[in-house]
Ligand binder design. Structure first.
Ligand code: NAD
Ligand code: UDP
Ligand code: UDP
Length: 316
């Protein structure tokens, strides 16, 4: 394969750090762009000595002038507590960030990937979610800065494609977990694992009947990589990337307790508003177009995640 210069925005975040690693393994030059809002230098420390890896501290809501063959646009906080902390900045990151990265892609004629999300389906009335479902998002709710920002980013991607002939790839990512999630990230898997390891109460929001489908990070990165590197230019997506095995949040809590042998108790906290009740990707398109499906069962992925947080807690 031809060696490429690849720009990864959000490259020091959870998914971004794994993606940078993967692209370096493939022999590419990687330029990581991040403002370190939720990303951490720790996540990419092991790549710093690699002569093919470079970092720029930069906020994608401002223009960026660099040269690259490909762009993976991942910059955006993904955990509700972080994206709701400064919701206006979240919308700016998705929308202005998309405009700047698309403007950059247009100037340098680069192929560009957008990390979209299952949140474009909102609280879905169709189950499982297929790509042709238009979604059910509350446009004025507390999740809208993220959901609508990502929806607008998709619109921009498809308009730059139609209007300027840009080569785009849009992946709708479903809940993903694994090593290098931040300890204080606030997402459910990291919360439950850290709480279980510390013997603290496990905080289930609502009755825990809401469902999610959890994809292990290595599987997800493989999906993104195949979408970008192994599909023809005509294939733009959007394509669902996630694990179709669905669990209730209560089942997840019990699985984590079981796996860690923790003494933690489950406690119930209020359900945040607009929290989607169910989520499960239909991945028929990904199977067909990318020859991809997740391989890692939840328990196996959780074991690796638990081992990771055990190491982190030991040195914390
Ligand atoms: P993360 O919060 O760990 O990483 C996001 C990264 O983007 C961080 O390094 C952060 O510092 C950086 N960032 C945020 N705003 C920025 C800005 N304005 N300029 C430059 N950098 C900025 O989240 P993640 O889980 O790694 O998610 C990565 C991408 O994938 C996000 O776009 C997210 O919306 C999308 N996604 C993730 C999931 C998931 O389950 N992990 C699901 C759906 C979509
Ligand atoms: N842009 C950028 N880097 C580039 C080219 C463009 O960051 O190399 C940004 C710039 O802020 C611009 C935006 O992308 O406003 C959209 O670019 P486009 O060419 O689509 O439109 P313009 O606003 O330049 O007419
Ligand atoms: N959740 C929970 N306890 C926590 C964190 C999250 O019960 O400590 C629930 C949350 O209400 C949601 C699900 O777990 O129903 C997934 O939450 P997360 O923030 O990981 O992702 P998202 O809601 O964006 O899918």
């Amino acid at each position: 394969m031809k060696k490429k210069r690849v720009l990864v925005t959000g490259g020091s975040g959870f998914l971004g750090s794994h993606l940078c690693e993967r692209l370096l393994e493939e022999g590419h030059e990687v330029l990581c762009v991040d403002n370190f809002y939720t990303g951490r230098k720790d996540s990419i420390l092991h790549l710093m000595d690699n002569p093919h890896f470079e970092i720029i501290r930069h906020d994608v809501t401002f223009p960026l002038y660099v040269e690259a063959d490909e762009i993976y646009n991942l910059a955006c906080p993904a955990s509700p507590i972080h994206y709701q902390f400064d919701p206006v900045q979240t919308t700016k990151t998705s929308v202005h960030g998309a405009i700047n990265m698309l403007g950059l892609a247009k100037r340098i004629k680069a192929k560009i990937f957008q990390a979209s999300t299952s949140e474009v389906y909102g609280d879905p009335a169709v189950h499982p979610q297929t790509e042709d479902y238009w979604g059910n998002v509350n446009p004025i709710g507390i999740r809208a800065c993220y959901d609508e920002g990502k929806r607008c980013a998709e619109t921009l991607f498809f308009d730059y494609h139609r209007q300027h002939g840009l080569r785009i790839k849009v992946g709708r990512i479903f809940n993903t977990y694994g090593p290098r999630m931040a300890m204080e990230d606030g997402r459910v898997v990291s919360n439950f694992v850290v709480q279980a390891l510390r013997g603290e109460d496990i905080t289930v929001y609502g009755k825990g009947e809401q469902t999610r489908s959890f994809c292990y990070v290595d599987d997800l990165v493989e999906g993104i990589f195949r979408l970008m590197e192994h599909t023809p230019d005509e294939f733009t997506g959007p394509v669902n990337l996630g694990n179709p095995l669905e669990f209730s949040i209560l089942e997840l809590a019990q699985e984590v307790i079981d796996l860690t042998g923790s003494v933690s108790r489950i406690v119930f906290k209020p359900l945040p508003s607009d929290d989607p009740m169910q989520r499960k990707p239909d991945i028929s398109l990904a199977k067909r177009a990318l020859g991809w499906e997740p391989r890692t069962p939840l328990r196996e992925g959780l074991v690796k995640t638990v081992e990771y947080f055990q190491r982190v807690l030991k040195t914390a």
